[in-house]
Design a protein around this ligand. Structure first.
Ligand SMILES: Cc1cc2nc3c(=O)[nH]c(=O)nc-3n(C[C@H](O)[C@H](O)[C@H](O)COP(=O)(O)OP(=O)(O)OC[C@H]3O[C@@H](n4cnc5c(N)ncnc54)[C@H](O)[C@@H]3O)c2cc1C
Length: 125
């Protein structure tokens, strides 16, 4: 029930964000949605795997198959594994939290000792 409610909140927030974009005033919903949906998707598939019990450990076939549509999965375990990437791809959840904290909430930024240094001059090992 909690997962369903969070899904509904995400869906309705996405609709609101789309309408704001159409009016030319995109808000912070994009960054919030990216971060929230990554966690939600991961938790939803974790729950599905728990419901499957021991069957959740079965991967199905390892044969290379081109999916009929993008992001479609023929098994819950495959979707569960793919969901792990949601908090990395398109900007990690840690970086999204920084963006929301600093640019939306106006909190003090991280200490950045290399802020004024060109990338080529940043010390690295
Ligand atoms: C499945 C998958 C598909 C992808 N598809 C694409 C694609 O189609 N096109 C494309 O261009 N890229 C794609 N990527 C790349 C993706 O955008 C990057 O992996 C992602 O932005 C993170 O960058 P990075 O791997 O360099 O990690 P890094 O930036 O090196 O981050 C490493 C770790 O440090 C943390 N970190 C980094 N900076 C900060 C900070 N300032 N504050 C706090 N923590 C920080 C991160 O959260 C992470 O845990 C894909 C990645 C994956 C996993």
């Amino acid at each position: 029930m909690k997962l369903w409610i969070r899904s509904e909140v995400a869906r309705l927030t996405n609709i609101r964000a789309g309408q704001s974009r159409k009016m030319g005033v995109p808000g912070p919903e994009g960054s919030i949605g990216k971060m929230a949906s990554a966690d939600l998707n991961k938790e939803t598939y974790e729950f599905c795997i728990k419901l499957l019990g021991a069957e959740g450990m079965l991967y199905g076939s390892y044969e290379m198959v081109r999916p009929e549509t993008a992001m479609s999965f023929d098994s819950i375990p495959k979707a569960f594994l793919r969901a792990r990437a949601n908090s990395i791809e398109g900007g990690t959840s840690e970086v999204m939290r920084n963006i929301l904290g600093e640019r939306v909430l106006g909190l003090p930024g991280d200490v950045r000792v290399d802020r004024e240094i060109p990338w080529s001059k940043v010390p690295r090992n």
